[in-house]
Design a protein around this ligand. Structure first.
Ligand SMILES: [Zn+2]
Ligand SMILES: [Zn+2]
Length: 219
């Protein structure tokens, strides 16, 4: 099966404004539906919706996909920004049942414990975006996986971390995700750069189910 674990249907809509909406607007919902349709057209079996510091869109997306019997398993998530080792570090919290409670000064271990208590996993997003490898070295045992390729970073010319993870014999999940921010307002995979359209993980259904649970899985 194919799974992309990092997408932003709402792009930076709430992230830069510091707003935590209590509910989604009709425009938000329309954009989320579009990214779900795009995911099906990209040939994905599963997609994680991971808007910036907002779990609401992923939780709504899962409900929508279920109610409309989409051929897509939605993993509700959130990209959390924490200030750690003098950097703003991004984490993908995946498989959330409800929103998390944190601020940028929450320690990563505390965020990891919250995510685990919901049956989720925590991933270190785009380590190539940080100043040095020290962030990865300090966090690799706190997280369950590392994004060794990221489509948005590749568009910026930042390289894969495959060799670093191999050199380090990293044992957690190694993920290749799109980090697609839906901005163009055109619901077509053709408007998606190939670095992002082709950014997904090929994985066994059994492995996916082991991590994210069997419920409501319909590839
Ligand atoms: Zn990020
Ligand atoms: Zn992102």
């Amino acid at each position: 099966m194919r799974a992309d674990f990092h997408t932003h249907p709402l792009a930076h809509r709430y992230y830069y404004e510091g707003i935590r909406p209590a509910d989604l607007t009709e425009r938000d919902k329309k954009d989320i539906v579009c990214v779900l349709q795009l995911s099906v057209e990209r040939g994905l079996d599963a997609v994680a919706v991971t808007d910036h510091d907002l779990a609401l869109s992923g939780l709504w997306a899962r409900q929508y996909a279920l109610e409309n019997r989409m051929p897509l398993r939605v993993v509700p998530g959130c990209e959390c920004e924490l200030y750690f080792m003098e950097e703003y570090v991004h984490f993908l919290a995946l498989n959330l049942a409800h929103p998390l409670d944190y601020t940028s000064s929450t320690p990563p271990e505390e965020l990891a414990a919250q995510v685990r208590s919901q049956g989720g996993i925590l991933i270190l997003a785009h380590p190539m975006a940080y100043r040095s490898e020290k962030v990865y070295r300090a966090l690799k045992t706190t997280v369950q996986g590392v994004e060794y390729r990221n489509g948005a970073q590749e568009l910026n010319g930042r390289l894969s971390w495959q060799k670093i993870l191999e050199g380090d014999r990293y044992r957690g999940l190694r993920l290749h995700n799109s980090d697609y921010h839906y901005l163009k307002r055109t619901c077509s995979p053709r408007t998606m750069p190939s670095e992002q359209r082709k950014a997904y993980n090929e994985m066994d259904v059994a492995d996916f189910v082991r991590i994210f649970g069997p419920e409501r899985f319909s590839p």
